[in-house]
Design a protein around this ligand. Structure first.
Ligand SMILES: Cc1cc2nc3c(=O)[nH]c(=O)nc-3n(C[C@H](O)[C@H](O)[C@H](O)COP(=O)(O)O)c2cc1C
Length: 238
């Protein structure tokens, strides 16, 4: 049995999605499809390298990145050939959800969903903004300007292997360079570098778009990544 797992550029549910991916990956083959924003955000949270470590790169266990897939996403053709039993899109950004809701297929992940549904392959989607009310979401690393002492010899800045920390006296983090390794957090004696948790409220338009997806044939909306375990066992995908 084979699964295609799509990852978009969301911090919310990202770690949870990775944990479910990792558990299932021990049993079956998974091909990963990642949006451009997905690659950036995976790096910021320190998960990109972990994902690469557990993906062999062999046939059906590759990682396909949007930036390498041109505009027509040829690897999405595998869905027309019915090479997969299910698609999981987790986490799904509001952006990608909106595109799917309006039938747009202009990116790697939206192409995967489009071709999978046309081939009657079930698509399980975990949207980040699916229900009303606030949710707590973990942020990537940033400098706490109240705690930072603006040291002349800022070890986190000087020792960051990716040169992601710049500026003085109070430095900043260039998240597009950061790979979430957490070295800076360990090096700062004043505990001024952290991710932190923020409260986010879903927009009405995003909730409406998720409702549109709920009514689409072949799409199953899940509230959380862990809920996929239920379908995985029930549908005997393993
Ligand atoms: C650190 C970080 C976390 C983000 N988390 C979310 C999120 O949880 N949900 C969301 O809809 N967008 C989130 N975004 C914004 C998306 O990455 C952005 O809308 C992007 O254009 C989505 O592109 P994609 O749908 O092709 O992946 C986040 C961006 C950053 C930098």
């Amino acid at each position: 049995m084979k699964i295609a797992w799509c990852i978009t550029g969301a911090g919310h549910f990202l770690k949870e999605s990775y944990e479910v991916f990792r558990a299932i990956k021990k049993e079956i083959k998974i091909t990963t499809f990642i949006s451009n924003a997905g690659v950036e955000v995976l790096r910021m949270y320190g998960i990109f390298d972990k994902l690469k470590e557990i993906s062999s790169g062999d046939y059906m266990e590759e990682i396909f990145m949007e930036k390498e897939q041109g505009s027509s996403s040829p690897k999405a053709g595998r869905f027309s050939l019915k090479k997969y039993d299910a698609v999981v899109l987790s986490p799904a950004t509001s952006n990608t959800v909106a595109k799917i809701a309006y039938g747009i297929a202009d990116s790697l992940v939206t192409n995967v969903v489009s071709l999978a549904t046309k081939a009657c392959i079930p698509v399980y989607i975990v949207p980040t903004d699916g229900s009303p009310g606030k949710v707590e979401s973990e942020m990537p690393y940033s400098i706490d300007r109240d705690k930072c002492r603006g040291c002349d010899d800022c070890e986190p800045r000087d020792k960051c292997e990716r040169g992601a920390i710049y500026g003085a006296p109070i430095p900043q983090i260039d998240l597009l360079r950061c790979d979430g390794c957490a070295l800076c957090r360990e090096l700062c004696p004043y505990d001024a570098i952290n991710g932190g948790v923020v409260e986010i409220k879903a927009r009405e338009i995003d909730i409406r778009n998720v409702d549109v997806l709920r009514k689409m044939e072949g799409i199953i909306i899940l509230e959380r990544p862990e809920h996929f375990f239920f379908f995985y066992k029930k549908e005997n995908l393993c």
